[in-house]
Design a binder for this molecule. Structure first.
Ligand code: ZN
Length: 492
């Protein structure tokens, strides 16, 4: 999709268009030919024509000469008003044809001539404006993505984030390689890949924006040789998930999101196998000592995977309703799930991703804690009703720091380690006075003296990624596979 970034030359061009029209209009009023005007300012007629068509802007000395020849003042010629309604219409069509949206379509512009009726020009202008509006809207809100996301969240909530089919697939994969109990080793995961007919290849120079690439032709899975965690289990399983879940090329953004959710779920369900993990959690619950850290350590997975896996099993098997968030250090919500009634901020369409989380919530207060290595627990009194208890942890990623949090209602905290925390805050959000507005004293002091420049978040301007696998460059992926196949089969 072509970009609709405003072209810096547009405003200049439109001024030149108005100026040209004003010169032509004035010349016609005087019954003067183009040749005549050109001669009296000592220029070629083609040059004058370019000026009248707004294709060139005259320098001040020439403009003065033109004004004198036409018996007009500079101010009259430089007025930014079109000389007539018809001229305004012609200018608007010209401007639209010179704009980036029309240019990107690669169509031949029409010549705006005297013979074109007002109706024709108005219809053309209307179409231009509509095309521009649609482009703007699509670039600003990846509508389809938002809708698909909201639907998927509703489904997850209805299932208490527990997918029996995926649990069964995970169990079968593990059984086939002889797994019985406890944590799942790298060797077990390689065994699963082998069982499915794939060999693993760690290479440098993976195509951009890919986590892994599967070569189904040769039965190979490519993974980056510089995996940050040096733990390839989750990436391998996410890659294999597409095969075992029978994922086809996604037909819509909704398909793409669902496949992603399933891949992540399956990776979690294999690395924290249901029966074993449940036993760990039930023992912890009996001891009133449930801890995300313990789960993470017992299965050697990331905190995020442990906390997320906890949400899969909490309601369906432990009778606990929970919430989960992943929040960027800027305060932006990246991932969220709840069935315990906690009220996440959202936009008018019910979309949560990208919303700002209250500064007083655990997911944000943790960033201010000097000790990032100990678990952080906090009670939060919500304006919308109720008190929630959360545990949170900061993890580092390429894009910065993230907090991952899991929590429950006050009445369920009795099962968790960390319930004796002295930390307690109150959140009045979405009331602006809670944490969005500065204090009256600071506002008074700085209101007129602060001039921040906003760093434009890329997501704000980026249109919905296009292509079969959104955001992935097929050109690069195919070239990558071709090169590796050639290397493997010794084709020069
Ligand atoms: Zn707040």
């Amino acid at each position: 999709m072509p970009s609709v970034t405003p072209d810096p030359s547009t405003s200049e061009t439109s001024d030149a268009l108005v100026l040209g029209r004003r010169i032509r209009e004035r010349r016609m009023e005087l019954g003067m030919t183009l040749d005549h005007l050109a001669k009296s300012v000592d220029r070629a007629p083609s040059q004058l024509s370019a000026i009248e068509n707004g294709k060139r802007e005259p320098h001040l000395p020439l403009l003065r000469a033109i004004a004198a020849a036409l018996g007009a003042s500079l101010d009259e010629l430089l007025s930014d008003e079109a000389p007539s309604e018809r001229a305004a219409l012609e200018i608007a069509v010209e401007r639209a044809q010179r704009g980036p949206v029309f240019q990107a379509l690669g169509l031949q512009p029409i010549r705006v001539s005297k013979t074109a009726s007002d109706e024709v020009l108005k219809a053309i202008l209307g179409l231009h404006q509509e095309v521009e509006r649609v482009h703007r809207e699509r670039a600003a809100t990846p509508e389809e993505a938002r809708r698909a996301n909201t639907e998927l969240r509703a489904e997850m909530r209805a299932l208490n984030n527990y997918y029996p089919d995926l649990e069964r697939v995970a169990r079968e994969l593990l059984e086939r390689v002889g797994y019985t109990d406890g944590p799942v080793s790298q060797r077990t995961v390689s065994g699963i890949a082998e069982q499915l007919g794939f060999s693993l290849h760690y290479v440098s120079g993976m195509p951009h924006s890919t986590r892994s690439v599967i070569d189904r032709r040769n039965g190979r899975i490519y993974l980056s040789s510089t995996l940050p965690s040096r733990d390839a289990r989750a990436p391998i399983l996410r890659a294999l998930a597409g095969i075992v879940c029978g994922h086809e090329e996604p037909k819509s953004y909704g398909d793409f999101l669902r496949q992603r959710v399933e891949s992540n779920y399956l990776a979690g369900a294999v690395l924290l196998p249901e029966r074993s993990t449940l036993r760990t959690l039930q023992e912890a619950k009996a001891a009133r000592d449930i801890s995300m850290e313990d789960l993470r350590d017992a299965y050697a997975v990331s905190y995020e995977m442990a906390a997320h896996r906890f949400t899969n099993l909490a309601t369906s098997h432990l009778d606990l309703e929970v919430h989960f968030t992943k929040v960027h250090e800027s305060g932006t919500l990246i991932k969220a799930y709840e069935n315990d009634g906690v009220r996440f901020p959202s936009d008018a369409l019910g979309n949560l991703e990208g919303a700002m989380i209250c500064r007083n919530w655990t997911a944000r207060t943790i960033f201010a804690q000097p000790d990032r290595f100990n678990p952080w627990y906090q009670y939060t009194d919500m304006a919308s009703g109720g008190t929630y208890w959360c545990t949170s942890r900061v993890e580092k990623a390429k894009e910065g720091l993230y907090s991952v949090s899991a929590g429950v209602r006050f009445e369920d905290v009795k099962w968790f380690r960390g319930r004796d925390t002295p930390h307690r805050t109150a959140s009045q959000c979405p009331d602006d006075r809670c944490c969005r507005m500065a204090s009256p004293e600071l506002t008074e002091k700085w209101r007129d003296l602060a001039w921040p420049e906003a760093a434009t978040p890329t997501s704000l301007l980026a249109a919905l990624p296009t292509g079969a696998f959104p955001g992935v460059d097929n050109h690069e992926v195919f070239a990558f596979l071709e090169a590796h196949e050639r290397a493997a089969t010794n084709i020069p």
